[in-house]
Each structure stands twice: as C-alpha cells, then as structure tokens.
Unconditional design. Sequence first.
Length: 69
Amino acid sequence: MFNVNVGSTDRMIRIVTGIVLLALFFVIEMGAWGWLVALVGVVLLATGLMSRCALYSLLGIDTRGNKAT
C-alpha cells in the first residue's frame, strides 16, 4: 500500500487549512489567485485525509510520533 508519514497534529492542521482555503475560494472573488488558493487547499485537504505527503517522502520527513513502519 503506501507509507503514512503525516502525524495527527500535522494532519489536522492540513485538513483545517485546506477547508479554510477552499471556503475562501468560494466566498471571496480573488481572480487568478483564487485558483492557486483552491489548488493549495485541495492538496492540503487530500494529503491530510490520506495521511501521506509525497514531498515528505522525497525529503525523508515523518511527523508521526513513532517511527515504526
């Protein structure tokens, strides 16, 4: 399957931030910047829900408390 590398605190921050950015996209007219905000929101929400970050994998980062795989 895939390795989980996002800890619970990191996960909650990603989910909340993703939801907030997506809400801003739908509520505030930001023009072209709005699409960038929405994209970042979707990526943060997806990585938070999956508990896996591809960039963390490339950099060897694991924010979970235990280091067991």
